[in-house]
Ligand binder design. Sequence first.
Ligand SMILES: [Zn+2]
Length: 742
Amino acid sequence: MRRLTGAILAVAVAAVGPNTLADDLLGFDAAGSAAQRSLEAEFDTHLSAEDMDTWIRQMSAKPHHVGSAAGREVVDLAAELLESWGYDVDIAEYEILLPTPKTRELELVAPTRFAAGLDEDTLAEDASTSVRDDLLPPYNAFSIDGEVEGELVFVNYGIPEDYEILERHGIDVTGKIAIAKYGRSWRGIKPKLAGEKGAIATIIYSDPGDDGYAAGDAYPKGPFKHESGVQRGSVMDMPTYPGDVLTPGTGATKRARRLDIDDAPTLTKIPVLPISARDALPLLAAMDGAVVPAEWRGALPITYHLGPGPARVRMKLEFDWERVMAYNVIARLEGSEFPDEWVVRGNHHDGWNHGAADPISGLAALLSEARSVAQLARTGNRPKRTIVYAGWDAEEPGLIGSTEWAEHHARDLQRHAVAYLNTDGNSRGFVNIGGSHTLERFFNQVIEDVNDPKADISLKDRRRARLRLNASNDKARAEAERRDLRISPLGSGSDYTPFLQHLGIASANLSFGGEGNGGSYHTLYDTYEHFTTWRDPGLVYGVSLAQVAGRATLRLANAPRLPFEFQGFADNIALYVEELEELAETMRKDSELTNQRLDDGTYAAALNPYETLGPPPRKAEVPFFNFAPLRNALDRLQTAADSYADIAASGTPASADVNEMLFTTERLLTREEGLPGRSWYKHHIYAPGFYTGYGVKTLPGIREAIEQREYAMVGEQIEIAAGVLDTLSARIEAIVEEEAER
Ligand SMILES: [Zn+2]
């Protein structure tokens, strides 16, 4: 805690140094900042909520998943628009594996009988729900085929700690069918873990306690999940690698070498099917056995039991394992001064169904932004660097379009890409920014300059106000007062993953949210009607998103000195190092305490003899780890970051060499060997968790070795991470030296 506060103070003190004219933009001098800001004011005048409304209406009129006819219509429409505004447009095609369902059967066979409907209701209040040409029914993509019958076990959210509780009840899922609630982890983790524990299939359902009637009024009365709504989604093992399952590491061109489907490691090991609350109710009601722990209860009108059985279920799944074409729209506007430096800005265009929120609300904002940038270019304000606008296909089944393009063009991207900026679905409320911390200061300046469309204060002030209200301890209160609001580290869940974690390109993901919650995600009800009624009426936050992403894109494209800085990065690393030390300490103490209580009979004395909950197993002792190499590397990094701070703040133009040294700093955070057991993931600061899915693990090599109790690996991973940070420090030192020689 003390160390953290110290680090924050250090940042704050450095920031008010004599060279920091409070209002200059990072990367620009005073005159350059003023010119850039007036350009941005003009940029704003070309943004249009009406345009966005038109495009959302058109592009979400029909279900438009990858491979569908309506999907191709969206591609053509986006390409025509971008071309008409003056972009050079290319459709990048990849041939990808996409299983679609042929047979989906689920029935309760004992002690009563019930056949699940596995369908979503058409609603009179929402005309789009009757537009069902090419609609993919509820399914999980990349589940294997299979026909199984077995007893149900209720596994709560199906995450590792849930299985620890089941084991304490003496329940083994071997040979059983696990039924899990959606939530708390990325969905693909649920069948992955259930399969590892021996289950023969997984059913995932949406409990009304999480996003249905118990959370708020259900659709169409309110935005929450209709009782028949089912969340579709991919269950491929994305924490191993995303993208086409047959072509890891290379673009899925026609001629690419492909794995046999049987050898593809990212398919599930057991069949998995998502169902609605309505279909889940009879299954759960037929279960018996111990009553679930209080925290596991959902909001269905039943007593929840763990099982196993007596509910027995038969499930049959068959898929068409076909290859389809994915079409990325790639639109390029050549830079006037530095055409070989690229700012890449993307949003996917494929949806699971109508996809009004996910992804069209984000794509519409991207298009409005691209139109305005083109208009500026036509009137003499062409961006200095090249801007590439991308509409990705096949994001939903597994970030496939973006991953294949990034793999296909890896070498060029590593040489030329300055940064990648991502958006996906939008909503309303507070600005959310996740990304590379070398851009933390940069993004704080962006959100200082954009006002919230409802409250007449900056996006940053509004976000800070909420942090202040929500802060419940000293640490959170200090965070709320930090000069730069922290941006969150990126795990996975959208198209930034291949750019950031595979190629080492500084990336960010931008959205609004927090006030437009609901349950339409990946269901039939993600429609124009739902979106414009509940998520972003009037598309005012769509305009805000275009303002934020557009400013970020234009500043990166025009800054004479690329706006990377390292004090914010170092301060976040300090936080992660501290977290790791605390994690090891907490695990050590918890393990000792558990073992002590086992030895002295506390569990035996306190546990209810009439219930099945038993004591936990003995824990392996947690050794002390030597974090010194990491601490030393952090120290060097902080010194190097401080030595560049004044230069960064000066806004003096950087040479082409220095700009390249700056934008390739993120590459230095990757290693060709990748992370243990998953070499596709090369970034050593940010990764999606192997057992959390989308959730981020910072310093993942070390953190996961500790969490998974692979203690022999911890020391080596500390050395590796320290080495990665040293490489970055050496680069920053070289930049400072280069500047001194000018
Ligand atoms: Zn999406």
